[in-house]
Structure formats: C-alpha cells, structure tokens
Design a protein around this ligand. Structure first.
Ligand SMILES: Cc1cc2nc3c(=O)[nH]c(=O)nc-3n(C[C@H](O)[C@H](O)[C@H](O)COP(=O)(O)OP(=O)(O)OC[C@H]3O[C@@H](n4cnc5c(N)ncnc54)[C@H](O)[C@@H]3O)c2cc1C
Length: 445
C-alpha cells in the first residue's frame, strides 16, 4: 500500500515500514472468510484457529491491517460499554448494564493476558484509568455513574477527590475522578499488526489490499474481490464503521468521526508541573469526551471534543481542521505548562454508531453469517474480546459469551439518507448542548 494509508494516523506513521500481505488472486475455498482486518476480524480468526487448528480461515482487508479504527484510536483498553453506564441503564435496564460491565471487565483482562501470553509488542502499559470531572456538573455525573455501578455490585472503581487526582496528574481543571486500576494503554497500530502475526501463526491467511466488492449467498458464500473470489461456508462481517456500505448491514450503524492530535515528546520541564508519574489514561465526562494519554516516548496524545458526521457513504471525513485547532487549545487549557508545546500530527477515524449507541453482535440471515459492530468510541478491548464471541458463534458453541444480551439483540434501524444525516446531526446537536449545559456555556460553532 502507498504512503497515503500510513498517513491515516500518527501511530501508523510511527510504525515505520510495514510489509502487507499480498492481495488475493484467483479462486480460494475456505471454511470461514472474515471481512475486515481490524481488532475484531483478526481476533476472530485467531480464536477460531485456537479451537479448530485445522480449520481454513482467511481474512480479507480492503486496505491494510490497521487502516480502520484499530490503527488510529487512542489505545485505551477500558471497561466503558457504549456511551456510559447511565445511558445503558436507561435504555436496557440494570441487569443488562451489569452484564455488559462484566463482559467489558473480561475484555480488558483478555487484552492484558493476550499481551503477556503472546509477547505482543505494542507498548502495553498497565496504567489504570481516570475519568475526570472538569466541572461540578460532570463530577455529579461521574459520581452518579459510580453509584449506579456500585449499587449493582460492581467493584474495582474508586472515587478520588481533587487533591488525590492532582497529586497524580495536575490540572487546575480536575475536580475529582473515577479511578479504575484494571485498565491499560497500548499503541494501536503495533497492536493490530501483532494480532495479524498471532492469527497467521495460528494458521490464518491474511489478504491485504483486497476489498470485498460483492457477497452472493448461494449454496456457499461467493465473495468477489478485484482479482479473485472466495467460496466460503461461513462468513464474519468485521467491517465496523464501514458496515453501512454492505447491503446486509446497511441500516445497523453509521460512521461518526473522532479526531486526535499529538505533541512532540514533552521535556522534563513541561512534564514536571503535571507529574503523571503513573501515566494513567484519562477521559473526561463530556458526551463528546476528551481523552488524553502519554505515548511511550512521552508525547501527549489527545482526542475527542467534537465529532464529524458523514453524508451517505463518505468515509473520508477524518480530517477536521476546526476540531484539531480546538483540541490543541484544549490541551493548553487543561495543562497550562504546555502553552508553548508543539503539535506534530493530527488525524481522525470513524467509530461505528448504532441508533441506541450500544454494540451489537448477531446473525445475518441464518447462522452461517455473523457480524459485530457498534462499539462507539470504546472498542479497543471489546472488539478483541468480541473476536472470541464471534468464534464461539461460528463454531456453534453455547457459552457465557454467546448468551450475553447484546448477541442477537434487535437493532433499531437508522433511517435512509437524507433523514439519517438529519437525525445524526440532531443527536450530535443534543449531545453538544447537553455538554454546554454541564459547562454552563454555549457550544462554539
Ligand atoms: C480516533 C479514534 C480514537 C478511538 N479511541 C479509542 C480508545 O482509546 N479506546 C477504545 O476502546 N476505543 C477507541 N476507539 C474505537 C476503536 O478504535 C474501535 O472500536 C475498534 O478499533 C474497532 O475495531 P474493528 O476491528 O471492529 O474495526 P476497524 O479497525 O475499523 O476494522 C474494520 C476494517 O474493515 C475493513 N473493511 C471495510 N469494508 C471492507 C470490505 N468491503 N472488504 C474488506 N475489508 C473491509 C476496513 O478497511 C477496516 O480495516 C477509537 C476510534 C477512533 C477512530
């Protein structure tokens, strides 16, 4: 693949030279074809082969492994499911919120164990996670979420008052935080390509630069690609925010673009006033969150603030100069010692958003085709763990994972364009106004 695709994130650029696997040519027969080479697809392939080493499993990726959200994200391995616990409880009830949280705990542990077991070289750091309140309103929101989870018997979360937070990471804006030691941080581009390594070591074939152009359901699935075709008994859709481009999944989700900026490595003088010795990943409590972290070489990477919505099939809304500029200002506001810091890169990527903002896994037609999508902005751990669940579904196992409520759940369809764009802009507008109320100011622009 050309340089253009490496340009899609700082992580992909910093990865350096990458040797993609060659595209598919000719006709190939397989037991399972996985469409999409991100965390979900590669993990599904790996898990299938762990259980059934002789199975023929191949992964088809339209660009290169990590081109999607998996090579562009913040790298937070975290337990948040969907948007936030209060929303999940409102839409799906208490029991399902608990079940979702337990699943996410397993997902985060799964990532950590995977890194250890396969010596995955993705700069994984077990830093823990802080969800910080930056206004009194947000402090109340976080405390409310924590109370909800604690009442439901969830442990592993601690409330930190401002002093305690600021001893760890000092910003005049931090008024308190949810502290969750279970979580970690990783370099997403390195990680997703390590998932390719372990999937291949287990026996998977990976074809890059191989977009699936058409899927015909005949006696077997017949998948056409530019230079070849695949005949598969079963298929897995691991196409995440691209899924609306696939007729079978058209109305299940839309892509929503989130953006990131990264600084030069911080000097000791820049870092000293902040502290951050324990390098926790941090997110605030806005609907349109800010998320920020240190990279392994002490750059500050920060994302969020606003989202961009695409019309129709446009998947190139990843650059938004206005959001990048505002994000850079936000960095300086949160950490005044960084007022002269230099930013060296900016990028964005799509997250997959169902109407009700909750992930969904399910069958398409009969049990021979499965999909997984809709992790919103919280899919680093979940997408990988969903790979295990997808493997269980394909192998027709009845496990705790296949019985979880968001497997086979009814999804609410997005309306067709132009209504889809109007509805999604209205939801974005609502989320922004609610943030402005929490911040007692009107949104810019
Ligand atoms: C900027 C950003 C920051 C984020 N930060 C975080 C974070 O810190 N923590 C967190 O938990 N989550 C975060 N997320 C979300 C997380 O990255 C995703 O939920 C996760 O990576 C989804 O993985 P996936 O494998 O399902 O999808 P993807 O990685 O998007 O993979 C889908 C793949 O399918 C391929 N594809 C699509 N159509 C076809 C086709 N027809 N044929 C072949 N291949 C096809 C695409 O090229 C793509 O590579 C962030 C997302 C973004 C964009």
């Amino acid at each position: 693949m050309g340089e253009m695709d490496n340009e899609k994130s700082y992580w992909l650029k910093a990865y350096g030279s990458y040797e993609p696997d060659p595209p598919l040519e000719g006709e190939v027969q397989t037991d399972v074809a996985v469409i999409g080479g991100g965390f979900t697809g590669l993990s599904a392939a790996h898990n299938l082969l762990l259980d059934e080493p002789s199975m023929r499993v191949l992964v088809l990726e339209s660009k290169e492994v990590g081109y999607g959200a998996s090579g562009r994200n913040g790298g937070f391995s975290m337990t948040l499911f969907g948007l936030e616990p209060a929303v999940t409880k409102m839409l799906f009830g208490q029991q399902r919120t608990v079940e979702a949280h337990r699943y996410m705990e397993q997902a985060v542990d799964y990532v950590q164990e995977l890194v250890e077991k396969y010596s995955i070289d993705s700069d994984y750091e077990h830093t823990g996670f802080l969800r910080v309140g930056t206004t009194p309103g947000y402090v109340k929101r976080i405390q409310h979420d924590m109370e909800l989870l604690t009442e439901m018997g969830i442990t592993g979360l601690e409330w930190w008052e401002a002093d305690r937070v600021r001893e760890q990471v000092d910003s005049p804006m931090f008024l308190g935080a949810w502290w969750e030691p279970r979580c970690g941080l990783l370099d997403p581009a390195k990680h997703v390509r390590e998932l390719k390594r372990i999937a291949k070591e287990a026996g998977a074939l990976v074809y890059e630069d191989t977009p699936v152009l058409e899927i015909k359901r005949e006696e077997r699935f017949n998948l056409s690609t530019p230079h070849g075709k695949v005949l598969a008994d079963r298929i897995i859709f691991a196409t995440n925010a691209w899924s609306h481009l696939i007729p079978q999944l058209r109305r299940k989700q839309i892509p929503v673009f989130t953006h990131m900026v990264v600084t030069e490595p911080l000097s000791e003088a820049q870092l000293a006033p902040i502290g951050w010795q324990n390098r926790q990943g941090i997110e605030d409590a806005r609907n349109l969150v800010h998320y920020f972290r240190l990279t392994v070489d002490n750059r500050l990477a920060m994302g969020g603030r606003d989202v961009s919505i695409a019309f129709g099939g446009d998947m190139e809304r990843d650059l938004n100069e206005r959001t990048f500029d505002l994000l850079e200002k936000d960095v300086m506001q949160i950490f005044p010692s960084l007022k002269d810091v230099r930013f060296v890169d900016r990028w964005g990527g799509p997250v997959s958003v169902p109407v009700d903002m909750a992930p969904a896994i399910g069958f398409v037609g009969d049990r021979r085709a499965v999909y997984s999508l809709g992790c919103v902005g919280h899919g680093v751990s979940m997408a990988q763990f969903n790979g295990r669940t997808l493997a269980d579904l394909i192998l027709e196992k009845d496990t705790d994972l296949t019985r979880v409520w968001f497997v086979g759940r009814r999804t609410v369809p997005w309306p067709p364009e132009p209504f889809r764009f109007v509805v999604s802009q209205a939801i974005r507008g609502y989320l922004r106004v609610e943030d402005a109320i929490y911040e007692r100011k009107l949104p810019r622009g």
